[in-house]
Design a protein around this ligand. Sequence first.
Ligand code: ATP
Ligand code: MG
Length: 337
Amino acid sequence: MSNRPRIFSGMQPTGSGELHLGNYLGALRNWVELVDQQKYEALFAVVDSHATTVEYDPKQMPHRIFGTALSYLAAGLDPERCSVFIQSDVPEHMELAWYLGTVTAMGDLQRMTQFKEKSDQYKQNVNSGLFTYPVLMAADILVYKATVVPVGDDQVQHLELSREIARRFNARYGQVFPEPKPLLTKTPRIMGIDGKAKMSKSRGNSIDLFDDAKTVEKKLKGAFTDPAKLRLGDAGHPEICNVFTMHTALTDAALVADIDRDCRSGALGCGDCKKRLVQSLNTALDPMRERAAALRAEPARVLDVLRDGAARAREIAQATLVEVRDAMGMRAEAPPR
Ligand code: ATP
Ligand code: MG
């Protein structure tokens, strides 16, 4: 264990398990940069227990977990410099979640946007796990006493609640947890290509990290842009265009400035703008596609990383739980005579 400040984050093995451009530009790319800076001790989980809050095929779950872990490594996370593991390999997350649930107000959980959205998306299965998801998320973070949590903006509300939970726990049982803060990228929310909701693994509206070049081109062709800009010559509004947002994250700054100007003047049409984005995307995704192919050919490398990562994570998590149980008085002691 080192005494550098800790960062923690995770992604769910939902959909195919493999990640999309929103996950990458909103969080994963930041993880890679933060790890390379070596300022933090970093832990990243495949949060499989969270993914059980929606219906799934248990036979597929191992493949999805593999796909999420593979995405982390293919995106460039260096497993020598951080711990990559499966949430359910560290059962201390669950134990802490129970204790934290006892200092979490029902009213706070009821306000959570993700709960409202997911209850709407999965009307047939509004289970209590979906409701207490943010409590488990607080446990994921606090079990490592992480102070920095690199996520997309849809998770900012959950982070606020994590801080509130940490405060309530500390007020009741003594100072145990630091307050974790979200860390956002400059593109914290990528919309889906249909423009209707944020890009999500579970909505079929994503450009995936390992889509081949043809698929990316096809998906982008149909992608939603600024609705006011129908033809070449129409003035556009890049600030409300998802394609432009992706450019800002992936294209050279000088070219982005040209695109901005030419979109506004009408000189650049959406078709050409998308073609340029295809180029930027392929430049960014090619190395990831290659690394993913190499890892698929040698799956044991991914499994080894997950095993080693869980061992390191567990060491920290167990130490925290000793402290938590102690603070909460979870032990037997004869009363004084
Ligand atoms: P699901 O549809 O199952 O909820 P998801 O695509 O939302 O999947 P999550 O596993 O819930 O992915 O989130 C993983 C991380 O990716 C979180 O930090 C989240 O904030 C971030 N993220 C997810 N979607 C986007 C997006 N469209 N833009 C930016 N960040 C995103
Ligand atoms: Mg999500």
